[in-house]
Structure formats: C-alpha cells, structure tokens
Write a protein that binds this ligand. Structure first.
Ligand code: 2RA
Length: 357
C-alpha cells in the first residue's frame, strides 16, 4: 500500500522539514507527493530526490481531500478554517495539523507516537503538540512511567526557530548588524532584539501571569500522558539566541523513591532518546549537538536536592523543527500506516470529523 501525501505550507521552515523527513526516513510509502501553497508559491517547482520535481499547487480543499494524508504546516487560523473540511466524510484525507487549533479539543487526539500513538485510530484529524512539550515529554514520560509523578517544574531556553524562518532570519541579521556596530537592532518577530539577549516571554501573557507557551506545556503534557489535572506542571519559557534546538531544565517530583541507576537505564531504553551524560568528559546535551538529530538528548541527570529521594533533575535538548514539529508529524503518519488507520481512513468517516466538506 502506498499513499498520496500532501503538504500545505511546504515552503515554510516546518513544511520543508516534513518533506525532508519523509524522504530521509523513507518509512511511509509515498506514491505521490503533492505540495499546496498560496498564490505566491503556486506554480513554482520544488526538486526532491525521491519524488521528482513537484509543482506547488494552489491550495484548495477539494484537491487536498484527494490525498490520503495531508500535513498542515500553516497557522492556526488556516487550520481552523480548512482542517475539518479536508478530513470530513469517507472521502476525506487524514489531516496531521501542526498548529495549536485543535490541540485542546477533547475529541481530537494530541499525539506523540512513542507515548499515545494508539490514539491515532480515533480520528482522521490529529493534532501535533507544541515543540516544547514534545521535546520534554520524550524524557519525562519514561521516567513518569517508572517512578510516577507528583509535580513537574520546567524551565526552557528556546531557539529562534520556534518563530519559524522569519525568527531565525531576524536573529542572524540582527547578530550581523550588532557585530557591525549598529546600535538599533531591529525586532519585528520577537518582543525585543534577540541577539546577545534572552527574552522571558514567548507568546501572549495569560490572566494567571504565565504566557500561552508556558500553559501549553501544562495543558498538553496532561492530555498526552493522561495525567490528572491535580498534577501541578509548571513552565517558565525563555527565548534565547540559538538557531533551532530547544533546551529544557526539568525537575520531576516522583511518587516512588528514585534509583538513579534505574532512571539512567530507563532513559537509555526509551525510544527517541539519546543519553548524553558524562560530566567527567564535559559531555551533556547542547543545542549545537542536538541540532539536526531525530533523538532528543538527555543528560545532567541527578537526584534533586529540592525533592530528595523523590526527585530527579535533568537537561534536555531537542531539534525544534524535527522532534518539535516535522519528525513528530511524520511519525504520526507512520504509526497510522502501521496500525491500519491510514488504510481505513478513506472508507470510514470518523465520528470526530463529520463536517460538511
Ligand atoms: C516557540 N513553541 O518556540 C513555539 C513554537 N511552536 O516559539
């Protein structure tokens, strides 16, 4: 069985990575790749190694519905307007949406395949988590399974790629300008100039004083790991001047006393995780080494002074565009291929997506 795969937004940072991950992994059988874009990019061609030269088509719901699976690498407003229509009814396509538009709807699965991949059978519309959540949970979830969880405190150091290609461009151009002696560094994407700075704000402030980026970690971690709302999960999110790997300090208060050797083994055995933890050799996770990697790096593993025997602290770095977006989305499609959800999608209307096309 082989699929017609569509990407909407294939010229953006995440869309480009989705195409490359599909090609590099070569796990999802792709019969034909279709790329949809706005009138600006329609008609241009994208050369791919595996799928030949693909002409960008002007996006249209009916054309997208002809695909078996469609990756949406576009903003939430676009997804809200079109995602359900693309998936609706027996002829609709499976939609894997990278925006936050559907993440908090109880009936839409929010999926990290290594954690709750089986939920992909429930709906033709699947939400991909926020990058910060997906990267952190790769390490957190195996430890939670092993030792239980009482609370999680996360502090993040997030790369410019979280704001897409314009974010990465603004950082690089601003850095060049700064080094050339310019006094007024321009910032349109970030709230303040990012070069040689850190900004303790990502996304909008909420009534409780947290930002939306921080609350996403709370909401999404609970949904993906099926944790009760009573488990406190708190995050402070900070933008730093790196290109495309997010870093996270995570403090986990556990239910069971922690055995450090066992914790290390749990992480060694966890899929999608690479333990980089050799302080004697100055080896630990870093954005520089995590960039371009499918696995999330985890290290600096230690018992937490704050929580004694029932606490762990560790440092995680993961490529924001890969595990934080494109790789996770492609892994969702691969899981749906393996569990039969992709093959059956064209014949079965999901209860969750009965929207008139
Ligand atoms: C950021 N997490 O880093 C966001 C992107 N989804 O800005």
């Amino acid at each position: 069985l082989s699929y017609t795969v569509g990407i909407v937004g294939a010229t953006g940072a995440v869309g480009k990575e989705i195409r490359q991950v599909l090609e590099n992994r070569n796990q999802l059988p792709v019969d034909k790749l279709r790329i949809f874009g706005s009138s600006r990019s329609a008609g241009t061609t994208i050369d791919t190694e595996s799928y030949g030269s693909v002409t960008v088509e002007l996006f249209d719901v009916d054309k997208a519905r002809e695909c078996d699976v469609v990756f949406l690498a576009v903003d939430g407003d676009f997804a809200l307007e079109h995602a359900e229509k693309i998936a609706a009814g027996p002829d609709g396509a499976v939609v894997i949406d990278n925006s936050s538009a559907f993440r908090y709807k109880p009936e839409i699965p929010l999926v990290v395949p290594e954690i709750n991949g089986e939920e992909t059978k429930k709906s033709k519309l699947i939400a991909n988590p926020n990058c910060t959540t997906a990267i952190g949970l790769m390490a957190l979830w195996p430890l939670i399974k092993a030792f239980g969880v009482k609370r999680v405190i996360m502090s993040t150091y997030q790369a410019s790629s979280g704001a897409g290609q314009p974010g990465m461009d603004e950082l690089q151009e601003g850095t060049r300008a700064y080094l050339n002696g310019e006094k007024n560094i321009q910032n349109k994407i970030f709230a303040h100039p990012l070069p040689f700075n850190v900004i303790p704000q990502i996304d909008k402030f909420q009534e409780n004083g947290y930002t939306k980026e921080e609350m996403k970690v709370t909401w999404e971690s609970r949904k993906i790991c099926r944790l009760s709302d009573d488990i406190p999960i708190s995050c402070s999110a900070v933008r730093i001047p790196t290109i495309r790997a997010h870093s996270e300090v995570i403090v986990l208060e556990t239910e069971e006393p922690v055995d450090l050797k066992k914790a290390r083994q749990v992480l060694e055995d966890a899929p999608g995780v690479k333990v980089v933890d050799n302080p004697d050799k100055l080896e630990y996770p870093m954005p520089l080494t995590a960039t371009g990697q499918y696995d999330v790096e985890v290290g600096r593993l230690r018992k937490s002074i704050a929580f004694g025997d029932n606490g762990l602290e560790f440092f995680v770095c993961g490529d924001q565009l890969l595990r934080g977006a494109a790789l996770n989305a492609v892994l969702v499609a691969e899981a749906m291929d393996k569990n039969g959800a992709l093959a059956s999608a064209k014949s079965a209307a999901s209860a969750d997506t009965k929207v008139d096309a």
